[in-house]
Design a protein around this ligand. Structure first.
Ligand SMILES: [Zn+2]
Length: 378
């Protein structure tokens, strides 16, 4: 049993001044306002508690990558983000050969079972060569029914999301196949037009992979995937909230149209997140990070971000001028709901005790996952 008191608590009902929480077996079992009726373990006056962040699109961090056959490396990548408040994280793989993807899925699967990551996202290889971003062009391909089926089967339910460009040969069938396997079909890295994207949503697609990035741009006579995905209320749109990938005005525009309950803020982080400038690899591709911006060495395409979820939170609050309450929805409530993680994504009785303690500058002071305080580095 852990009792926390004195903090401002950002609950699903709103901001509670001077609240307390009692945590047992990793779950919030009781809580309230004002004087805590129980002996207090952690007095957190002056701090704000928000629910642990849920990042549904992340390739690595701390100098480590999920695109690996070394489970220890993947563990460290997840840990690097945990130190920044991400208590639930989806490991995203990029385009690779079927053999390499299979090896990576085998490596990550035990980490899903251990709860280190919540699932695996295949961001490639079934995406458009016109909008492939930092994916290896030589390995892009149309979704072949047996290849899709074999990889999903290998994951045994641990592949939670697959990004598809619906315009590819077999794209619509692949969306249905993914949904029937119990995974989320996401539309992304696509040149699909508006009508094609509407059909993809009808076929079951429910997520927009980093909306606006790696898609046919929105044009007033050709709204494309962006227009369709922003409009359809069944779709959760991912946004990379670092001010580099998406202009703040576009973030506001998407928020006005889709609402905070339909936006998952994601990092799309590569290994350099929570690390230093320098040379890194994203899958097989060389990446240089200069001033915190990751670009392909060859061609200069933006190659994932160096974002962490706490940085995205501060960016949205301090530069995007979005209230913390709404930022928390995008960083925790919406992604948890989208991924079907009903036990998390908010601070309420019965939810998992995943929480981030923030100081007045919204810097991460402490992190708790499933009722356990995490020992933060330095
Ligand atoms: Zn990505």
């Amino acid at each position: 049993m852990t009792v926390i008191a004195g903090a401002r608590i950002q609950s699903t009902q709103g901001l509670l001044e001077s609240g307390w929480m009692n945590i047992e077996d990793g779950v919030i079992v009781s809580g309230g306002l004002g004087e805590c009726p129980l002996p207090v373990d952690d007095e957190l006056a002056g701090y704000t508690i928000v629910p642990g962040f849920v990042d549904q699109h992340c390739h690595g961090g701390g100098g480590y990558s999920f695109i690996t056959t070394d489970a220890a490396e993947a563990y460290r990548a997840a840990e690097a983000h945990l130190f920044h408040g991400t208590t639930s994280l989806m490991a995203s793989l990029v385009t690779g050969s079927a053999e390499d993807l299979a090896d990576q899925i085998r490596t990550l699967s035990p980490l899903v079972d251990q709860g280190v990551i919540v699932g695996i996202h295949l961001e490639g290889p079934w995406i458009s060569r016109l909008h492939c971003g930092a994916h290896d062009k030589a390995l892009l391909r149309a979704p072949d029914r047996s290849e899709v089926g074999e990889l999903l089967a290998l994951g045994g339910g641990r592949i939670k999301m697959v990004t598809i460009a619906p315009e590819l040969r077999g794209g619509m069938e692949a969306i249905e196949q993914i949904v029937n396997a119990g995974a989320i079909a996401a539309v992304g890295h696509t040149d699909a037009d508006y009508e094609m994207t509407c059909l993809a949503v009808e076929a079951g697609a429910r997520v927009a992979t980093h909306l606006t990035n790696a898609m046919r741009p929105l044009h007033h006579r050709d709204p494309g995937a962006i227009g369709a995905l922003m409009e359809d209320k069944r779709v959760t749109v991912e946004l990379i909230g670092d001010g580099t990938h998406v202009h703040p005005a576009v973030l506001r525009l998407v928020a006005a149209e889709a609402g905070f309950n339909r936006i998952s803020m994601v990092t799309d982080a590569m290994s350099a997140a929570a690390g230093k400038d320098g040379h890194y690899m994203l899958g097989n591709l060389d990446v240089d990070v200069v001033g915190g911006v990751a670009r392909l060495t060859d061609g200069g395409s933006i190659a994932g971000s160096t974002l962490t979820m706490d940085k995205a939170m501060r960016y949205m609050v301090f530069s995007g001028h979005v209230a913390l309450w709404n930022v928390v929805k995008m960083l925790s409530n919406t992604p948890a709901r989208t991924l079907g993680l009903a036990d998390r994504g908010g601070l309420a009785i019965g939810k998992r005790a995943d929480l981030v303690v923030l100081d007045n500058a919204l810097q991460v002071a402490r992190v708790m996952r499933q009722g356990n305080w995490i020992e933060l580095p330095g």
